[in-house]
Unconditional design. Structure first.
Length: 267
């Protein structure tokens, strides 16, 4: 088995590249920014975006390879055929491709939305990116928010990922093939409801925060603000992939969404 220190050296090499490897992530959330919960039987519009959520620097989203919803009792609903093409306006004024779909939860409890993106070749870093993403739709009862989906790289919350207030701490377990992954870099970044003015952007250190999972695979973040936050783990594997005329190392990334309410939403 590779040592944790060896993994960190490899991780540092991969993460020293441009934002294409690091900051861009998959948005898998309700279309209405403030929505994080629903009622049983309610039709919920959701959206799939790809890009840098803090600044709304969107890129063209790719159609997922897999998209499912898992009910509190474990029923899996395949949502691939429900996906419809859409567009989103990036902060630079350009229209980018996105996707939308609806989901109607039939049970009370926490419904897990999970996707696997198609393999992506990063030309500059010469690596393949395999992205996974998941979020939780809360439906009237606190049940099943820590369900494991089974992605090769997965983030599992150790405390409830919704109904949080600014200042609370979240603990997340990083899993690789179902086992805790120590020494894995995890970033957290806010998805702003609207793009901030360029003059109001803080330094990068205050946009994307970073931590490394501990010896038992756990990472801890303090939630400093309200809104939606993406936690993204990055794991450079030893696997070499050949696809579409390219050959390179496979880098896995897993994004998990957490919602923090403001004082007005805590009712």
């Amino acid at each position: 088995m590779k040592s944790v220190s060896g993994s960190l050296i490899l991780l540092a090499a991969v993460l020293s590249g441009p934002a294409a490897v690091r900051a861009h992530f998959n948005v898998l959330l309700p279309a209405r920014y403030e929505q994080w919960r629903a009622s049983r039987g309610q039709e919920v519009p959701l959206r799939l975006l790809w890009g840098h959520g803090y600044e709304h620097a969107w890129l063209d989203a790719r159609r997922p390879a897999e998209l499912v919803a898992i009910s509190p009792t474990g029923k899996v609903t395949n949502l691939i055929d429900a996906i419809k093409p859409a567009t989103v306006r990036s902060a630079d004024g350009k229209e980018r491709s996105a996707f939308g779909f609806t989901y109607r939860p039939a049970e009370r409890g926490d419904h897990i939305l999970a996707m696997r993106a198609p393999l992506l070749w990063d030309e500059e870093e010469e690596v393949f990116l395999q992205d996974y993403a998941k979020s939780v739709l809360h439906v009237q009862d606190k049940l099943g928010w820590d369900r494991r989906v089974g992605h090769p790289l997965e983030l599992v919350p150790l405390n409830r990922p919704y109904g949080l207030l600014p200042g609370q701490v979240v603990r997340v377990l990083v899993l690789r093939d179902g086992k805790p992954l120590p020494g894995c870099a995890v970033e957290i970044e806010k998805l702003n409801a609207t793009p901030p003015a360029e003059s109001e952007l803080p330094g990068e250190e205050f946009i994307t925060f970073e931590a490394v999972s501990d010896s038992v695979g756990v990472v801890v973040f303090g939630m400093h603000d309200e809104g939606w936050f993406a936690l993204t783990a990055t794991h450079p594997t030893d696997r070499q992939v050949e696809h579409d005329g390219h050959k390179g190392r496979l880098v896995e990334r897993a994004t998990f969404w957490i919602h923090v309410v403001g004082a007005s939403g805590a009712k």
